[in-house]
Design a protein around this ligand. Structure first.
Ligand code: NAD
Length: 392
């Protein structure tokens, strides 16, 4: 089949196997070109390991610290008629490269929120690695089935308290207009915390700890975004921000339980399958790209993760904020960087979108998430969507 991008709104419904594999190799090459992560992890569980920040966490651990990795994710396998989801191809390519490098790498393709997948991960750790010394929690999901009650909770992306009107870029039609979002009600806030808050992270650590598969010096980290004034009404101070605040509570609880040293890491805004679904973010990220590329401070997931390991998790002098979080969003939040973004924000129109912002870079990175627009790939070639993978 000839695989060309099929974009619908803020998602792309197919993926290119060779393009995804090339992206994974590019991230591996970046890590291999950096100094090794001193004192880095050796046996790692990554929950949410197939795309975005979780994939970068796995690559940085494996190729920057020779770590064995077990990855958990939820991805669609290919059929003769339909491509797999990008994360499936990414994970298959990662395993292939890790095995070539002589590293242990296995994966579970299933619902990380379920008790079954947690039990399966514990069995595999016991059998293959003994114990893990790092657990990365990098899930991003719109819904979660509570394993105890069976109830399905859906998150919402809404402001809290009052409605919010903001400039928004419709990435489908390339139109800039105001979008008004009504405030969430109490049930919606609670449901978002259920899905994206810290409860499942705690359940993972509790299950792993009780099964005796965490080393005494085990670390665990979950990811958040905080941002600044422009994004607070839709992120930091909105339903998703409430859920993310719950991660801080969970980090304290996990550390207090003695299971692992738990921290939240604050990462920068980047194009991923999850962030492109959040209103306002595509325009904001296009401006971040513009300003940070001009400043020479632009980073992708893999650069962020290398810094998280070397400037946060595996250094004696990590950059922590007053809430004990690793701050890797330092460059995005520099006052001068934010000032430039805030100045440009009201000036952007449909006519000057490609001049004032780096929407071109945003769009290219978005397509790249699905393996499209990657150098060296022949997108007119007739190829099979089938890639064999030994996921559990
Ligand atoms: P992503 O969509 O690229 O990755 C999500 C991962 O979760 C994938 O591996 C997916 O397979 C997995 N997943 C989703 N539902 C699952 C389920 N039920 N069971 C198993 N796996 C499941 O997202 P991302 O942007 O890399 O986000 C990862 C984390 O980083 C999130 O906590 C997010 O809030 C945080 N973060 C993102 C940004 C950003 O700008 N993208 C910034 C800071 C922090």
């Amino acid at each position: 089949m000839i695989i060309q991008p099929k974009v619908r709104g803020f998602i792309c419904t197919n993926a290119h196997p060779q393009g995804c594999a090339a992206n994974v190799r590019e991230q591996i090459d970046y890590i291999k070109a950096q100094p090794k992560i001193e004192g880095g992890p050796k046996n790692v569980l990554v929950v949410g390991a197939s795309t975005g920040y979780g994939l970068a966490s796995r690559i940085a651990a494996a190729f920057g610290s020779d770590a064995n990795t077990l990855g958990v994710f939820f991805e669609k396998p290919p059929t003769d008629k339909r491509t797999a989801s990008a994360g499936y191809y990414n994970a298959a390519a990662f395993e292939e490269e890790a095995h070539k490098a002589g590293l242990y790498a296995k994966s579970i393709n299933g619902d990380a929120f379920s008790d079954e997948v947690k039990a399966q991960a514990i069995d595999m750790i016991k059998q293959d690695m003994g114990k893990v010394d790092l657990v990365v929690y990098s899930l991003a999901s719109p819904r979660r089935k509570d394993p105890k009650t069976g109830e399905l909770h859906s998150s919402v992306l809404k402001p809290i308290g009052k409605s919010y009107t903001a400039r928004n870029l419709n990435t489908d039609k390339l139109e800039i207009g105001d979008i008004t979002l009504d405030p969430a009600n109490e049930e919606e806030i609670a449901a978002t915390v259920k899905v994206m808050g810290g409860e499942d992270w705690e359940l993972w650590l509790d299950a792993l700890g009780k099964a005796g598969v965490l080393t005494d010096d085990c670390k665990t980290v979950a990811y958040t975004y905080i941002g600044e004034q422009l994004t607070w009404p839709i992120y930091g101070h909105a339903t998703i921000g409430k859920a993310k605040e719950d991660l801080d509570r969970a980090a304290k609880a996990i550390s207090a339980s003695g299971q692992a040293d738990a921290h939240v890491a604050v990462l920068k805004a980047l194009v991923t399958q999850s962030s492109s679904a959040i209103p306002v973010m595509p325009l904001y990220i296009s401006l971040v790209y513009k300003v940070m590329k001009e400043e020479g401070t632009h980073e992708g997931c893999i650069e962020q993760l290398y810094r998280l390991y070397t400037e946060g998790l595996y250094t004696d002098s990590p950059r922590l904020d007053s809430d004990n979080r690793y701050r890797i969003d330092d460059k995005e939040l520099r006052p001068e960087t934010q000032a430039k973004i805030e100045k440009l924000w009201p000036e952007v129109t449909e006519e000057n979108l490609f001049d004032l912002t780096d929407y071109k870079g945003y769009q290219a990175d978005f397509l790249k998430l699905f393996g499209f627009g990657v150098d060296g790939i022949d997108y007119d070639a007739d190829i099979s969507p089938i890639v064999e993978a030994d996921f559990k």
